[in-house]
Ligand binder design. Structure first.
Ligand code: UDP
Ligand code: MG
Length: 328
């Protein structure tokens, strides 16, 4: 028997969850028909949703024993959701996918074929188009991948997604990375292992809206850069050296002007240099500050997420309530 865990982070997904459940059930059945040795578990993460997501998950977990869930004490973000899912998944293989059907469940049988005999440790999809996304957003995304791959040793594939079918070995490797500032695209790539990419056209969300704002994505990409590259620190150093060279040149000018008794020009030059160096120092301190902030957060060893409820707790309470209806 082989267990496949399907990890699904959900944040305000009440509209799409029933659709997702229906789709995934079909696929699980289809896979079991093909490979009778397969068992499934669904691990939903309710990432502090404010809508009926948790109620739907509770309901599902009572009806279907394969449904498990972890509900967070607040919104911790998708990265924390994925981490919680991976940590709690018991499967020999673990799938991570979005609830919004943008990661088509129909790919799962194909992905399983790649990993089932250990030929690959991971099967994932790669979007070859960004259909349905705004032009500016796509342009910024491309720019991000370009910069990222220039300045970081960890290769991040353009269009790669958090839709992954992974072996237990790879999941354990990912869980060994205890960092607090998690940037999964980097982490998946950093751990290595043999990965098979399946290319496909972007699918739009059937209902609901993406919870990523433009600034949210922008901050997330900075997170990626600071988490997987120290190049910005080098930029600070290079700029520092450059400004020193400029200062030497200015110094020569100043001596020439001082000899020529040109006080006015000397003053302007000084002001320029003052502003220039001041700005530069602030800029470099800013970059240092970024890393310091990250180190600060890491050194606190805060938990990545906090659980408020899971299916075990819920089922137990529910059974008790049914035994003594008065107390309910
Ligand atoms: N998500 C989450 N926590 C968050 C934001 C998103 O768990 O704080 C989940 C969301 O429910 C969905 C997946 O992450 O299953 C992808 O989110 P979304 O569709 O908003 O992002 P996009 O597809 O635009 O990248
Ligand atoms: Mg989506």
């Amino acid at each position: 028997m082989k267990l496949i865990s399907i990890v699904v982070p959900c944040y305000n997904e009440q509209e799409v969850l029933p659709m997702f459940y229906e789709e995934i059930q079909k696929i699980m059945k289809q896979m079991q028909d093909e490979h009778p040795e397969l068992l499934f578990e669904l691990v939903f993460i309710d990432d502090g949703s404010r809508d009926k997501t948790l109620e739907i998950l509770r309901e599902m977990s009572l009806k279907d024993r394969r449904v498990r869930y972890i509900s967070f004490s607040r919104n911790f973000g998708k990265e924390a959701g994925m981490y919680a899912g991976l940590e709690n998944a018991k499967g020999d293989f673990v799938v991570v996918m979005d609830a919004d059907l943008q990661h088509p469940p129909a790919f799962l049988p194909r992905m399983y074929n790649y990993v089932k005999d250990g030929e690959f440790d991971c099967a994932t999809t790669r979007r070859v188009s960004r259909k349905g996304e705004s032009k500016i957003r796509s342009a910024f995304a491309r720019l991000f991948y370009k910069i990222m791959n220039k300045i970081s040793q960890t290769e991040i594939v353009d269009g790669a997604q958090d839709f992954r079918f992974m072996s237990r070995q790879m999941v354990d490797a990912i869980l060994d990375m205890h960092e607090y500032n998690r940037f999964s695209k980097g982490i998946f790539s950093w751990v290595g292992f043999k990965t098979q990419y399946i290319e496909y056209e972007n699918v739009e969300r059937p209902v609901g809206t993406s919870s990523w704002s433009f600034w949210g994505l922008f901050r997330y990409s900075l997170e990626g850069i600071f988490a997987f590259s120290t190049a910005p620190l080098a930029v600070a150093a290079i700029l520092g050296i450059l400004s020193c060279i400029i200062a030497v040149i200015l110094f020569v000018f100043w001596i020439v002007q001082a000899v020529g008794d040109n006080i006015q020009a000397g003053q302007t030059g000084l002001m320029c240099a003052l502003f220039f160096l001041g700005g530069l120092q602030l800029f470099c301190t800013g970059i240092l500050g970024q890393y310091l902030a990250k180190t600060y957060l890491e050194s606190k060893h805060r938990p990545v997420y906090l659980m408020r409820e899971n299916e075990e707790i819920y089922r137990k309470n529910h059974n008790q309530d049914q035994k003594n209806p008065e107390s309910a």
